[in-house]
Design a protein around this ligand. Sequence first.
Ligand code: HEC
Ligand code: HEC
Length: 509
Amino acid sequence: MNPKYAALTALIAALLLAHPAAAAPGDPDKGEAIYTQRCVGCHGDEGDGMGPGAERLNPPPRDFTMGFYKFRTTGFDDYVPNDADLMRMIRDGMPGTAMPGWGDLLSEAEMWDLIAYLKVFGGLEEEVPTDQVDYGEQVATSAESIAKGKALFKDRCDECHGASGKGVATKRLKDDGGARTWPRNLTKPWTFRASNEPRDIFSRISVGIPGTQMPSFADPKSKKILTIEERWHVANYVHSLAEATQVVRPENTVVKAGRVDGGLPHSPDDPKWAEAEPSTFYLVPQIIARERFFTPSNDTITVRALYDDTAVAILLEWDDRTRSLPGDPGAETVAGPGLSQDAVAVQLPAVIPEGMRKPYFGMGDAAHPVNIWHWQSGPADGVESVRLFDARGFGDLQERPAGESGLRASGVYDAGTWRVVMLRPLSTGAGSDIQFSEGRFTPIAFAAWDGSNGEAGSKHTMTTWYWLLLKPPTGSRPYLAALAVMILIAGAQVWWARGAARRRRDGET
Ligand code: HEC
Ligand code: HEC
């Protein structure tokens, strides 16, 4: 046979073989070996979600013996997922949870083997989905569609996700296993288990999230049913909620404080904050010292700063689904036992280190004390407060009066977001206070507490060290003077170098 045809025939044969293989791939015995190596730590030997790591995870690892999955694109009253749905969760992982993506570590064939094995736990080997999500005709996004979606959202979704979509909690939600769940903050697409593409949002609201209180809006038995077209409008609206300023950009390691005239903003609502550049950082659970903590509810903090001749103001902004007011009956119900105040803290070295050195992790040490500015939201019958501490390591905290250093703070809670301004003079009389200076890279770190999530004391979230820079204004006289000196020096060097070259040429040296 002509070699060209032979190759073509082989290709066609391979394609024909590949197709049925994709529908019934996977060898459960091979899958078991990979499962034992990679998955038991969380999902357990028996596939019941009781691996040794499980108790520290929220949400807990899936119990495969139940046979239901949170991500499905099959009909709302089906319970069997498509193989492709399982493949997607295993390959890409489930953002916002401990479930990692395996696409970089395992081959496609190994992942099919795993799927075949997982089905054995739930008795799903022989099951085939009976129904698929009906996408109808996708409605392209537009201002009009988003407006329609917003109105429907208010009616159907507000009660759990809140008017802002940030998931402001008005009631306690649990999954079918009894574990506490929180409605998703829809302004943070990186926490979606699937994605915030309209098609994924459409399938989520059509199917709901099995095992949780997130309902199906395609179920004709539901009073809240949405038509296909309405679901597209809602999906377009939810997609539009993503907030760009909250995205962590790894290259943003410096909080740049701009210099302002005419007074610093004392309140979080001051329009002057629009002049400040935001930087967003990940908040991670505090797991270094004392009581460790693994199940945080806040994941990022956005920081802005401004300064003038006399003081520096820092605006801290973070989403928190609950305003935690101890003593308030509503807050107590949502929080459950052990409600504490919400809080935030800024940590700075008592002395700015030389050069670009980030000297120590954690809360300083004996040789490198830190200042901690600690704001608390206040109880229902009280007011917010700010406290000042000197720390020399975990557990070694000395409080002194914040007022003596001129430290002030004021916070506002609105629609799922705290915004707190902290303000302090650039220099103070106290030797143990940091003295700020323009143009120097100053280490800075942050911590936050969600009092409705059992966070108090050493149980909290925190960032690593970043930098605060009081940025000399471009065009300002000191800056221009510095620039002029630089140009003079550079010019002098060129002049000297040229002179030296000429002297060499002329044989003078
Ligand atoms: C570090 C812990 C951890 C490891 C290791 C882990 N998982 Fe998971 N997995 C989770 C958690 C937590 C969830 C539940 C997430 C949720 O409920 O949103 C989950 C959920 C799942 C789901 C459910 C998807 C759905 O739509 O509900 C599948 C399937 C899954 N894991 C497969 C695996 C496989 C296969 C492995 C091994 C290759 C593995 N996991 C390893 C933590 C882990
Ligand atoms: C009764 C409460 C409730 C209602 C009503 C509700 N949700 Fe949810 N929603 C939840 C919970 C709880 C979760 C998180 C489930 C989990 O633990 O994974 C969630 C998760 C989501 C997600 C995340 C999907 C992902 O991939 O992670 C989206 C999107 C969403 N909801 C959209 C909506 C929209 C749109 C509506 C209205 C049409 C709505 N929800 C109504 C409780 C609700």
